[in-house]
Write a protein that binds this ligand. Structure first.
Ligand SMILES: Cc1cc2nc3c(=O)[nH]c(=O)nc-3n(C[C@H](O)[C@H](O)[C@H](O)COP(=O)(O)OP(=O)(O)OC[C@H]3O[C@@H](n4cnc5c(N)ncnc54)[C@H](O)[C@@H]3O)c2cc1C
Length: 335
């Protein structure tokens, strides 16, 4: 079997996006059983400065096409180049990060190849497809929330190839230690046309987010139960003492307690810190979709029957307005 992973560069750091590393490793773990191959495909002006790193996350080969005119996303050009590589390589599976670029290009390619695409998958695995002998052991099961996140749908592409999916950053895990693995870089053989470059960028200012969940071991997240923006400041104080990042439920964002970039869940970020403190969060499925892979979950809630306690490792039944100041006081006394 063969899987292609679309590799993206972070325009701010010039390095590979985390989601590309996560998907490279996911593809590697899926292909292991079949002695399969994992190829990366990169399109842009220059390769990411840490492109070699991709091999330590599972790529066997990185196929790239670079051109000064492809610095920013040119949908038609990116689509035509990646489609040509897919037609040359004939992979069984193609994975894209559910980034702005991935969400733009993946449907264009799927439609051109007349195949299926499942967006925002939360699980991917390969298994038999009972009723089709020719695909025995070769079907990609694509799991994603459906109907507002109330059910998990498992989707397959039984008749067409490749099987395509997008996955958001943070959903798939990275290996604990990098793989001791080498790979090759190969320039793509593309029939390129400047007619595909149709957008003119007058100015592009990469947005530097001040919220960085990936770099912190601890996340202190607040929900509607925190009660006000002023109370939410307590979470920032606690986070500063713990060297943590502050997260929020959608209800907290909707109430204006926290900015949208802090939202965790199905329509926010997906996180997996060592410790996740959920303060005044009920634990609805859409929130859990973004945090339940955290190593330790500590929940603070006045309602002993709140669903968050079903997935938490430690639970404090209490008012966040009492518990958080006590935690802050204890940490300050320790300093
Ligand atoms: C398509 C779709 C996508 C969604 N995406 C997301 C998403 O990405 N992220 C997300 O979070 N939600 C998302 N939601 C919304 C989700 O369904 C819930 O509405 C939301 O997660 C609830 O947030 P909450 O737990 O903060 O609020 P609530 O459900 O209102 O819970 C508040 C909790 O605080 C407790 N509480 C109250 N006062 C206190 C106090 N003083 N001290 C301690 N505890 C207290 C209450 O007992 C309660 O358990 C989505 C919904 C849909 C339909």
């Amino acid at each position: 079997m063969k899987t292609i992973v679309y590799i993206e560069k972070n325009p701010v750091t010039g390095k590979c996006r985390f989601v590309s590393l996560e998907l490279a490793y996911k593809a590697y773990t899926m292909m292991q059983e079949f002695n399969g191959e994992v190829l990366g495909v990169f399109v842009g002006d220059h390769l990411p400065e840490d492109a070699d790193k991709l091999f330590h996350y599972g790529l066997d080969k990185l196929i790239y096409f670079t051109n000064e005119n492809l610095k920013n996303l040119q949908s038609l050009a990116y689509k035509n180049i990646i489609e040509q590589i897919i037609r040359q390589e004939e992979p069984d599976i193609v994975l894209f990060g559910a980034t702005h670029n991935g969400r733009d290009i993946a449907p264009l390619i799927a439609s051109s190849l007349k195949t299926g695409l499942t967006a925002d998958c939360t699980q991917l695995f390969i298994d038999d497809l009972e009723y089709k002998d020719e695909y025995k052991g070769k079907c990609l099961y694509q799991v994603r929330p459906a109907f507002g996140g109330n059910i998990l749908a498992t989707i397959i592409t039984p008749d067409n190839r490749p099987m395509m999916a997008t996955v958001r950053e943070g959903v798939m895990s990275l290996p604990d230690t990098k793989l001791d693995k080498k790979g090759v870089m190969q320039e793509a053989n593309i029939d390129f046309s400047m007619e595909w470059v149709r957008s003119e960028f007058l100015s592009v200012v990469p947005k530097k987010s001040t919220v960085n969940f990936g770099s912190k071991n601890i996340i202190v997240a607040g929900g509607a139960g925190v009660g006000s923006k002023e109370n939410f400041d307590m979470l920032h104080k606690l986070a500063a003492l713990l060297d943590a990042e502050v997260g929020a439920s959608r209800a907290a964002v909707d109430f204006g307690y926290a900015e949208k970039a802090r939202q965790i869940g199905q329509t926010g970020s997906v996180v997996r810190p060592k410790i996740y403190i959920a303060a005044g969060i009920s634990g609805q499925i859409q929130h859990r979709a973004g945090m339940e892979e955290s190593m330790k979950i500590i929940a603070i809630n006045t309602d002993p029957n709140a669903p968050i306690f079903n997935i938490s490792h430690k639970g404090i039944v209490g008012d966040v307005k009492d518990v958080i100041p006590k935690m802050i006081q204890m940490l300050r006394e320790e300093e």
